[in-house]
Design a protein around this ligand. Structure first.
Ligand code: SAH
Ligand code: SF4
Ligand code: F3S
Length: 468
C-alpha cells in the first residue's frame, strides 16, 4: 500500500518498535520485552505498561529471545495492521519453543477486539489484555505463572492512568507524548476505535499540566498532547471547567521554551477559540492535523463524520484567517462503500482547495463490527480503490512539493532533536510547522536547544539549511 510516512504521531502503520527501559532498582530477575504497533496512543500506553511492571521489578530488554515476558501492543485500524501482528507472533513462537516458561501477551486494540478468541486462535498467547486493563497486568502474569491463561478486556468509563507517571522508553529526552484523554464517542462508521478503546473520557487537567511541567524540568522541550479527538476534551472540578483551548493555554504557559503539539483535531469540533489560542502563543505549534477522510458530503454522511464539504472548507478558511501560514495535514480514505468516481473527484478537488502540507492516505478496509460493515457493502473493487489511492498520493506529492518549496529562503525555528540519520556532522529537528530540517552541527548548539535555520534546499520530505 502506498503511504507516505512523516512523523510518529499519526502513522498508525508503524512497524513494531521495541522499547527499552532504564535498569531499575527493584529488579525481580525477570525481563520484559514490549513492542508497539499503531498510533501514538499505543506507544504512549506501552510506557504506562512499562511503568506498571517496573514497579514490580521487571527490567526491559530489546531482545525478545532473552525475555521472560514478551508483550505486543497491537492495532486493529486496518486489516493489514492485524496481519502484521499475526506474522510477528509467528516469529515469537520459536523463542517460546526454546523457553517454554516465556509469557506471551497481546495488548491493545486487537486484544480488545478479539478478546478470548485470541487464545483459541493463537496457541502461543498466554494473556490478552485490553487498553483499560493494564493495572491488572501483574495479577494476570501471576495467573499465567500458576499455569492458567488469562484475559482482561474490561473497558472502563473512568480509567485515564492519570496517576501513573509513564516511564519514557527509548526517549531522546526532548519530545514526549502526553495522553490527555482516552476512547472515542464519535462512531465514524468505518472505525474500530470506539469498540477497541471504549467511551471517551478526559484526564484531569492538573495531572496533564503536572506531567508536562515535570517533563520540562527534566529537560524535555516538546510535548504532544494526544487524544482521538482533542477538540472534545472536557474536564471539570468544583472550581473550573477546562476545554481544549483552556488546556492548550495551561500547557503553553508552563514555559515559552516548551513547545506544544497536539493530535488529532476533528473538523466538527475544532473551534475558533482553539485557533485563537494557537495564534496567541508562539510555543503552540502552527500545525494542525485535520483528517478530512472524503471531500464529498454524501460519503461523509455515510461515514458518519457529521460535517459537510462546506463545513470542512469553512474550518480551513478559519485556520488560514486566524493562523496565517499554519501547516495542515490530513487523512484520506479512498474507495469507501458506494463512492462514485465523481465523489472521489471531490476528494481530489478538496485537496486542491487546501493544498495539504502532508497526508496519510488509505484504501478503505472493512472492519468487523463497525457500522459500515453492518450497514453497507464493501462494494468498490480493490483495483479501483487502488487507482483512487494512487491519484490521491500523486496529488499529495505535488502539494507537499509546493509546500516545501514555499519554505525555501525562510528562517525556521528548529528544536534540535539529535544528529541526522545520515551523518553526525549534521543535526536534525522539526520546525514549528512540523517539517524535518537538517543542518550542519555548529559549536554552541546542542540537542534540546532551539536554532534559527535558514532553509536553502529541500528533498521530498526534508528541508536542508544552516544555522544563522
Ligand atoms: N481519531 C482520528 C483518526 C484515528 S484513525 C480522527 O478522527 O481523525 C487514523 C486514520 O485511519 C483515520 O483518520 C482514517 O483515515 C484511517 N482509518 C480508520 N479506519 C479505517 C478503515 N476502516 N479503513 C481505512 N482507513 C481507516
Ligand atoms: Fe475513529 Fe472517528 Fe473516533 Fe477518529 S473520531 S477515532 S475516526 S470514530
Ligand atoms: Fe490502532 Fe488502536 Fe490506535 S486501532 S490506530 S492502535 S487506537
Amino acid at each position: 500500500m502506498d503511504l507516505l510516512i512523516q512523523d510518529k504521531t499519526h502513522d498508525e502503520s508503524r512497524q513494531g518498535e521495541a522499547l527499552l527501559l532504564e535498569p531499575n532498582q527493584k529488579n525481580n530477575g525477570r525481563k520484559l520485552y514490549i513492542e508497539s504497533y499503531g498510533c501514538a496512543m499505543n506507544f504512549s500506553d506501552s510506557e504506562i505498561v512499562a511503568s506498571i511492571l517496573a514497579e514490580k521489578g521487571f527490567e526491559t530488554t530489546n531482545d525478545f529471545n532473552n525475555a521472560d515476558v514478551v508483550f505486543i501492543n497491537t492495532c486493529s485500524i486496518r486489516e493489514n495492521a492485524e496481519v502484521r501482528v499475526r506474522n510477528r507472533l509467528k516469529e515469537f513462537a520459536g523463542a517460546k519453543f526454546k523457553n517454554p516458561g516465556m509469557v506471551v501477551g497481546v495488548l491493545g486494540c486487537m486484544a480488545e477486539r478479539l478478546k478470548a478468541k485470541f487464545l483459541e486462535e493463537e496457541k502461543l498467547v498466554d494473556v490478552v489484555v485490553g487498553p483499560d486493563a493494564y493495572r491488572d497486568l501483574p495479577n494476570l502474569i501471576d495467573q499465567v505463572d500458576d499455569g492458567q491463561r488469562a484475559v482482561n478486556v474490561l473497558l472502563s468509563r473512568e480509567e485515564t492512568y492519570a496517576d501513573i507517571s509513564p516511564v519514557r522508553l527509548n526517549s531522546n529526552g526532548i519530545n514526549a507524548f502526553v495522553s490527555i484523554m482516552r476512547g472515542c464517542d464519535n462512531m465514524c462508521s468505518f472505525c474500530v476505535v470506539p469498540f477497541t478503546r471504549g467511551r471517551e473520557r478526559s484526564r484531569d487537567a492538573y495531572s496533564v499540566v503536572a506531567e508536562c511541567r515535570d517533563l520540562f524540568d527534566r529537560g524535555y522541550r516538546e510535548v504532544t498532547l494526544l487524544g482521538q479527538n482533542v477538540d472534545s476534551y472536557k474536564w471539570s472540578n468544583d472550581e473550573i471547567n477546562v476545554n481544549f483551548a483552556n488546556l492548550l493555554e495551561m500547557v503553553a504557559l508552563i514555559d515559552p521554551d516548551l513547545r506544544v503539539r497536539f493530535s488529532t483535531s476533528h473538523p466538527k469540533d475544532i473551534t475558533d477559540e482553539v485557533l485563537y489560542t494557537i495564534a496567541k502563543y508562539d510555543n503552540i505549534c502552527n500545525y494542525i492535523h485535520l483528517p478530512v477522510q472524503s471531500g464529498n458530503t454524501r460519503v461523509l454522511d455515510l461515514m458518519n463524520r457529521t460535517y459537510t464539504r462546506e463545513w470542512y472548507m469553512n474550518r480551513i478558511d478559519a485556520i488560514r484567517r486566524i493562523i496565517p501560514g499554519c501547516a495542515i495535514s490530513t487523512d484520506v480514505i479512498t474507495g469507501f462503500c458506494t463512492e462514485t468516481e465523481e465523489e472521489h473527484n471531490e476528494t481530489l478537488s478538496m485537496m486542491d482547495y487546501v493544498k495539504y502540507d502532508f497526508a496519510y492516505m488509505f484504501m478503505y478496509s472493512e472492519r468487523p463490527g463497525t457500522l459500515a460493515a453492518k450497514r453497507y457493502a464493501d462494494d468498490i473493487p480493490e483495483p479501483i480503490k487502488h487507482i483512487r489511492l494512487k491519484q490521491v498520493v500523486a496529488k499529495q506529492q505535488a502539494h507537499s512539493h509546493i509546500r516545501m518549496q514555499e519554505q525555501l529562503g525562510k528562517i525556521e525555528r528548529v528544536l534540535i532533536e539529535g544528529y541526522s540519520k545520515k551523518s553526525d556532522k549534521d543535526y536534525c529537528g522539526r520546525s514549528d510547522k512540523n517539517a524535518m530540517v537538517v543542518f550542519p552541527v555548529e559549536e554552541g548548539y546542542k540537542p534540546g536547544q532551539y536554532a534559527n535555520v535558514l532553509v536553502e534546499r529541500c528533498t521530498t520530505a526534508t528541508l536542508i539549511g544552516k544555522i544563522i
